[in-house]
Design a binder for this molecule. Structure first.
Ligand code: SAH
Ligand code: SF4
Length: 448
């Protein structure tokens, strides 16, 4: 039987889909080359904004029409609970994020029931008991890998549904992570991206004891910078990235690790959300504009080319023109290399959903466009400073936009493209490039 997984949402979902793919392959299922070719199609859903949820639900709705075995996994399932079958009556199964390890067996049971002519049964799994295999399984062949280090989130920012759908924070024991990265390195992986919703909180607390992980001691602590140091010792690993960072975690120890270890990439995705202290307080972000900018300063003191990217929400309830201008000016002061702008979307059950969503749609759109325009200008400015410098990249492959060019990323996660060389292979080998031109999101280079 052939399967296909469609993934929406963040890197955590990408990672979950990869783990599921590996588990399905190990049980004899085959990967389909297209939707038409697939017998089983699974959609991994996001619910962080209403639109994201609708996209995933719409996709799975189309698949049901094509009469495949269809399943929905991911964050929207946890949010919708039993209602998922009201929205999608013909769906075969729905599984919440932490229960994804159950999917291969669910699929086998459905196939078994169909083959023996039994009546169709819908399956819903909303449990939180993660199976260790669903964290540690990887597909092979790539020199880059995602590694989950921290599950869930306990920050409870006012607007955010993630804690409700991805559960309490759980830091995986460092020994388990080190063993996983060592095995990946042996298999040819050179770059790892450590994942957590608020990854710098790794090891700080671990009250959410998971019974299926008997090895996880309650109250376990191993600060994130120490985990980074340990991973830097692993032979074969050349780059370590991590995401996402809550500004509260930018400690002296973290700055020190960035400074001392060349393997730790000089990029941080540091979502700011707003530049207005009033809004930040209401969001429950637990930092002020000034504190955020002071973290930016300390990170940029590591190196001028230290790359900073961010997330911003426009049109949060009560966001005035003045609040919005404060966000604009903060973004300029921080000099973000890239930013992701989101229009506020009220999520059921969150604190901010109790407030009136009072910024009109058109105004949210306008603020979005203004920030995108600012970022375009700032991106060109920041990238232009790199013209004439040499950047080291790990080779990736032809550019998606222009196959005559090769594309790769520097330590700051900037995309660098250069004319295709004949001897090129996508193996993550080091290439030195001289930057000749700069766009807002791409550096143009030549090989030296
Ligand atoms: N864990 C990450 C963020 C996960 S959600 C972090 O805290 O850094 C990704 C981004 O979606 C957030 O940074 C935020 O900018 C945006 N977002 C979250 N909830 C939202 C909502 N209700 N409306 C609009 N944007 C939202
Ligand atoms: Fe959501 Fe805040 Fe947790 Fe990020 S840190 S996942 S924005 S609650």
């Amino acid at each position: 039987m052939k399967f296909l997984i469609h993934t929406y949402g963040c890197q955590m979902n990408v990672r979950d889909s990869e783990a599921l793919e590996a588990m399905m392959l190990s049980r004899g299922f085959e990967l389909a080359s297209s939707e038409d070719d697939a017998d089983i199609v699974i959609v991994n859903s996001c619910t962080v904004r209403q639109k994201a949820e609708e996209k995933a639900i719409g996709k799975v709705g189309n698949l049901i029409a094509a009469k495949k075995i269809s399943g929905l996994m991911g964050c929207a399932v946890k949010r919708l609970g039993e209602d998922v079958f009201k929205r999608l009556p013909a769906l075969d199964f729905a599984v919440a994020p932490r229960a994804l390890g159950l999917i291969p067996k669910i699929v086998s049971d459905i196939i078994g029931a169909r083959n023996s002519g039994k009546a169709r049964k819908r399956i819903l799994e909303l449990g939180d008991d993660l199976i260790p295999e669903a964290l540690s399984s990887h597909t092979t062949g790539s020199w880059k890998a995602f590694v989950t280090v921290l599950l869930g989130c306990d920050n409870r920012c006012s607007y955010c549904i993630v804690p409700d759908v991805r559960g309490h924070e759980y830091s995986r024991p460092a020994s388990e992570i080190v063993a996983e990265v060592e095995a990946l390195a042996k298999g040819g992986v050179k770059e790892v991206m450590l994942l957590g919703q608020s990854v710098l909180r790794y090891g700080i607390r671990n009250d959410a004891f998971i019974p299926s992980f008997p090895s996880s001691p309650k109250g376990y602590t191993e600060p994130f910078p120490r985990l980074l140091e340990r991973l830097c010792e692993i032979d074969g690993i050349e780059r370590i990235r991590f995401t996402s960072a809550h500004p509260g975690g930018v400690t002296d120890e973290l700055v020190d690790v960035f400074t001392r270890f060349g393997k730790v990439c000089r990029h941080l995705h540091l979502p700011v959300q707003s530049g207005s202290d009033r809004i930040l307080k209401d969001m429950g972000r637990r930092y002020t504009r000034e504190e955020y900018l002071s973290s930016v300063k300390r990170l940029r003191s590591i190196a001028d080319d230290f790359a900073l990217t961010t997330d911003v929400i426009v049109g949060y309830p009560g966001e005035t023109q003045e609040d919005f201008e404060a966000t604009r000016s903060l973004m300029d002061e921080a000099g973000f290399d890239n930013s992701f702008i989101f229009k506020y979307s009220p999520r059921p059950g969150t604190r901010s959903s109790l407030k009136k969503d009072d910024v009109p749609k058109e105004e949210k759109e306008r603020r979005d466009q203004v920030l995108l325009g600012d970022q375009e200008r700032r991106g060109i400015e920041r990238n232009s400073r790199l013209i004439g410098t040499v950047r080291e990249v790990l080779s990736e492959g032809p550019s998606k936009r222009n196959p005559d060019r090769l594309s790769a990323r520097d330590s700051g996660n900037r995309i660098v493209v250069w004319p295709k060389d004949d001897d090129f292979i996508n193996d993550g080998s080091k290439v030195n490039l001289k930057i000749t031109d700069a766009h807002a999101q791409i550096l143009i280079a030549e090989r030296i």
